[in-house]
Design a protein around this ligand. Structure first.
Ligand SMILES: Nc1nc2c(c(=O)[nH]1)N[C@H]1C(S)=C(S)[C@@H](COP(=O)(O)O)O[C@H]1N2
Ligand SMILES: [Mo]
Length: 273
């Protein structure tokens, strides 16, 4: 699939366009983190970030905003990091904030396998380099009950996937979260069939708004938001946006997904290796 520049993308291809896309907010080539990140901080957030012990993450340099951002007001930092779904750290919305702080998100490698010519690894550090993240703040409203507008820092998934040369059999992309009950205490409880898995059709995975997020509010991802790397699929329900990804697999068959498996489903739970 051809990846086009934002100006080439018809609005009709971006669904639901009116909800979160507003081209007028396109800030072309705006310079540094100073300008870009500062403009993203709603009043009070800069101070909140500076003093929040759970915002220890390093800042990400040389990033500015993409064409895809909404002009809607951002959800304050304190809410973005305190109201999460991440069952690996508990099932209440506040649990990930309370329980994810000892999680070690680095070093981190993602294995890319399955229906592709060049299976291999992705190293998280490559995503954090300034050139990789240039112009990569996506201010997106994601579809979910709490529907937050978050300034994600990330990169489009499509060019990353294409590096591995998916074959014509690659009709889906399956994603898997880390399984490590020592670090993810919620995995000791059988609320889901661990590890968490999700899948997208290849065209959904290649959509320009499907991103790998490695940060928010100009900093590396807080653990509770899916550190160190997660999907953001803004027009899909939140559960599609799988967190702490360790494996990507190209498949011909539709892969199982955690929330489907949680409902009765044959025990063909997806595993690799
Ligand atoms: N590994 C993993 N990824 C996950 C989940 C989860 O429990 N485990 N919850 C999903 C759901 S239901 C939602 S709504 C979003 C929430 O992302 P947020 O906490 O950054 O808002 O993460 C998704 N990704
Ligand atoms: Mo969700």
């Amino acid at each position: 699939m051809l990846i086009r520049k934002p100006s080439d993308i018809k609005s009709s291809e971006i669904t639901p366009e009116s909800v979160y896309l507003n081209r007028r907010s396109f800030i072309r080539g705006a310079g540094s983190i100073a300008g870009a990140a500062a403009s993203l901080l709603v009043p009070g957030s800069a101070a909140a970030l500076a003093t929040d012990p759970k915002a220890s993450g390093e800042t990400l340099d040389k990033i500015s905003e993409t064409a895809f951002s909404t002009e809607e007001a951002l959800t304050p930092w304190k809410d973005v990091i305190r109201y999460n779904n991440f069952y690996e750290f508990g099932t209440n919305k506040r649990d990930p904030y309370d329980n994810a702080q000892d999680f070690k998100p680095r070093p981190w490698t993602i294995k890319v396998i399955g229906e592709c010519e060049k299976p291999g690894d992705l190293d998280l550090e490559d995503f954090l380099k300034p050139h990789a993240l240039e112009e990569r703040i996506y201010r997106l409203r994601c579809v979910e009950a709490w529907s937050m507008v978050v300034p994600w820092v990330g990169v489009p998934l499509a060019p990353i996937l294409k590096r591995f040369e998916p074959t014509s059999k690659a009709k889906y992309v399956a994603f898997r979260t880390l399984f490590n009950p020592g670090q993810m205490p919620g995995q000791k409880v059988p609320v889901l069939d661990w590890p968490y898995v999700e899948g997208l059709r290849i065209d959904e995975a290649m959509h320009p708004l499907t991103i790998f997020a490695v940060g928010l509010y100009g900093r590396v991802l807080p653990n509770q938001n899916g550190a160190p790397i997660r999907l953001v699929v803004p027009w899909k329900y939140g559960f599609k946006s799988i967190k702490s990804i360790v494996t990507i697999r190209f498949t011909e068959e539709e892969p199982p997904t955690s929330w489907n498996v949680a409902a009765p489903h044959e025990y063909g739970f997806y595993r690799d290796a």
